[in-house]
Design a protein around this ligand. Structure first.
Ligand SMILES: Cc1cc2nc3c(=O)[nH]c(=O)nc-3n(C[C@H](O)[C@H](O)[C@H](O)COP(=O)(O)OP(=O)(O)OC[C@H]3O[C@@H](n4cnc5c(N)ncnc54)[C@H](O)[C@@H]3O)c2cc1C
Length: 369
């Protein structure tokens, strides 16, 4: 019998296993043959560990973003930087406050996390898919695709969201939440590109700084100025990714389901691009026939890029279903941490910061057991 079984894994689970008491018997179960596929990819494989400048109200989305203040009070971005640097990995701050590994190698951090997790007495089982979790007479049974099942006193679900499923995240954590009757907000795509009704293929791979404003039937929703890219189907870049989460939140609040999104976008959502002189290119200038008096254009949103391209999933397990240590109020000893939660960040290290902090808080909470 294990004290703690951590399901799935990369950021949140590794960190949780590092902070859980050493004398407790811990196991991490991961379906991939290698650990941390997302850390290798993160920040363009340079690992954007956190952000130097975090304002929960501006940088996170979800029904209860205020909880991010309490996560930050317990384990902040500076705590994470300190933790890494004390272990010999230096970081630097780049544009948009992104904290990156100076070595430029995500694997350095992954190796450190695995080493610290193993030092803290954690077994790691790879190439092992969890199929179901049950609680029978106060003990959790975690069933595996091999037909085996393992028993544990506590289960921590850190299986991520349902986007970017090609690295293993297919929404399995939501099945566990449903099986235990834990409420969720509908998952939606975050941090992906937009497809426009207008054909912009001629401009593809033009990069510039613009202000992107999003409107729902002329009602202003959001704007951000920053790096932006035309693609063969529409728009991409950090400010577009962030606008996609904002839109997802807006539609969730309106009660629009994922299956109705496309129709809603087509009918209601417009995008204004305001161009700035300093980054204007001739190609863009002449394509939109810009002039001294006309420096913006209106585009129409047709759809978002696919789930496979979305870097995070918005929505998920409701924070109100959990205690301040991420334990389910309805099911004792069952925890949810990381991206499976309805607490999603913008691009720039905010999502990993949520994973570190929720992993830390959950891991430390086992000290009292
Ligand atoms: C390409 C890409 C780049 C990114 N870059 C950044 C960045 O630079 N900065 C940032 O802050 N965020 C970034 N993110 C987002 C960030 O990686 C995630 O928010 C973060 O990894 C979430 O951590 P997690 O531990 O909750 O879940 P995940 O990292 O998604 O890990 C969940 C794990 O659970 C495993 N799993 C799922 N189901 C099962 C099952 N049934 N059985 C066994 N195992 C299972 C999966 O294989 C996976 O390894 C990026 C994401 C992507 C896709």
């Amino acid at each position: 019998m294990y004290d703690i079984i951590i399901l799935g894994g990369w950021a949140a689970w590794l960190f949780c296993s590092i902070w859980a008491p050493k004398n407790q018997k811990k196991i991490i179960i991961e379906k991939n043959t290698s650990l941390g596929k997302k850390v290798i990819l993160s920040g363009g494989e340079r690992c954007n560990v956190t952000n130097i400048d975090i304002t929960p109200e501006d940088d996170y989305f979800g029904e209860n973003i205020k909880v991010m203040h309490s996560l930050m009070a317990k384990f902040s971005n500076y705590d994470m930087i300190d933790w890494i640097e004390k272990r010999g990995i230096t970081t630097c701050v780049e544009d948009r406050g992104r904290v990156i590994l100076e070595s430029g190698k995500s694997k350095d951090l992954l190796d450190l996390l695995i080493q610290e997790s193993s030092k803290n007495n954690t077994e790691i089982q790879k190439a092992c898919t969890i199929t179901k979790v049950e609680k029978v007479d106060g003990v959790f049974l975690v069933h595996l695709s091999s037909g085996e099942s393992i028993q544990g006193k506590n289960v921590v679900v850190a299986t991520g969201g349902k986007s970017f499923a090609q690295v293993g995240t297919d929404g399995f954590g939501y099945n566990i939440a449903r099986d235990f009757d834990i409420e969720m907000t509908d998952p939606y795509r975050g941090l992906c590109g937009m497809i426009t009704r207008e054909d912009l293929a001629e401009l593809s791979w033009s990069t510039l700084d613009v202000t992107l404003s999003v409107y729902d039937d002329k009602k202003y929703l959001y704007d951000e100025k920053g790096a932006f890219l035309f693609t063969h189907t529409g728009l991409s870049g950090p400010i577009v990714f962030n606008a996609v989460i904002k839109l997802g939140e807006h539609l969730r609040k309106l009660g629009i389901k994922e299956s109705q999104q496309k129709a809603y976008f087509e009918e209601h959502i417009t995008l204004k691009l305001t161009f700035h002189e300093e980054s204007m290119t001739k190609r863009v200038h002449s394509f939109f026939e810009l002039s001294e008096i006309k420096n913006d254009i209106i585009l129409h949103l047709a759809d978002l890029r696919s789930w496979a391209e979305a870097k995070v999933t918005g929505g998920g397990v409701k924070i109100s279903e959990l205690t301040n240590t991420f334990e389910c109020r309805k099911v004792e000893h069952l925890y949810f941490i990381g991206e499976v939660l309805d607490l999603t960040g913008k691009t720039g290290g905010f999502n990993l910061q949520q994973a570190w902090a929720s992993g830390y808080i959950c891991g430390r909470s086992f000290e009292s057991q």
